[in-house]
Write a protein that binds this ligand. Structure first.
Ligand code: SF4
Length: 216
């Protein structure tokens, strides 16, 4: 696993993303502190990984201007407005659905705010992934989303999509299944597909790879 993680980090660097490797989860918040200047405006993408690490309380307590989409009492339109504002933050923190061995980030989003921030807007994007997010290639990344990430996220968010009930995407049994196959309902969380490869702005995306598993 060490060799694989080093290879992924090397390939992320070749793709102009700055890579950091940590052994343990508890090294991540101190690393975040070192990467974010005091007073920075910070937004986040929805993520079980960030929940597991306690990133939200860290940002609330820290010396940052946090676009807190989870603040108590927000209506849905208010939360969406904060998500819009976060697209112009100094720093945006998120996870990734998968990272390929070639150093590509693969993400599928329902609202699209998380992948929008990855593409353009925030000056810096910090992506935190556990070793469990590393996959061989794009085909494996697609399968990972359909069989692990989407069903588990639907359970976490109590979204009654077909994969919530089936435990995997409704398209898994399709012959000649294509990436965008699956359900066509309002519950679908697989709406926008983004693959981040070689970046024109060097080190704008920073990827922290933890040797432990994180999120799903
Ligand atoms: S397309 Fe629908 S059924 Fe398939 S993984 Fe996404 S939300 Fe679940």
């Amino acid at each position: 696993m060490n060799n694989l993680i080093n290879k992924v980090a090397e390939n992320l660097t070749k793709n102009n993303m700055e890579a950091f490797v940590v052994d343990k989860k508890d090294e991540i918040i101190p690393l975040l502190k070192s990467l974010m200047p005091k007073g920075a405006s910070v937004g986040v993408g929805g993520s079980a990984t960030l929940d597991e690490l306690g990133v939200i309380p860290f940002l609330r307590e820290g010396d940052y201007s946090f676009f807190d989409r989870y603040a108590e009492g927000l209506s849905r339109p208010e939360a969406v407005e904060i998500m819009r504002q976060a697209l112009l933050s100094d720093v945006f923190i998120t996870s990734s659905n998968a990272v390929t061995e070639k150093g590509e980030l693969y993400n599928v989003d329902g609202n699209g705010n998380r992948v929008a921030a990855l593409c353009f807007g925030p000056k810096t994007v910090i992506v935190i992934v556990g070793a469990n997010k590393i996959v061989k290639d794009l085909k494996a990344a697609e399968e990972r989303v359909k069989t692990i990430a989407a069903p588990k996220n639907c359970r976490r968010l109590e979204i009654e999509s077909p994969c919530y009930k089936l435990g995997e995407c409704a398209s898994m049994g399709f012959k000649d299944r294509e990436m965008c196959d699956g359900c066509r309902t309002d519950e679908r969380i697989c709406s926008t597909y983004v693959l981040s490869g070689y970046q024109r702005v060097r080190d704008r995306i920073k990827v922290i790879i933890c040797k432990e598993n994180l999120g799903y």
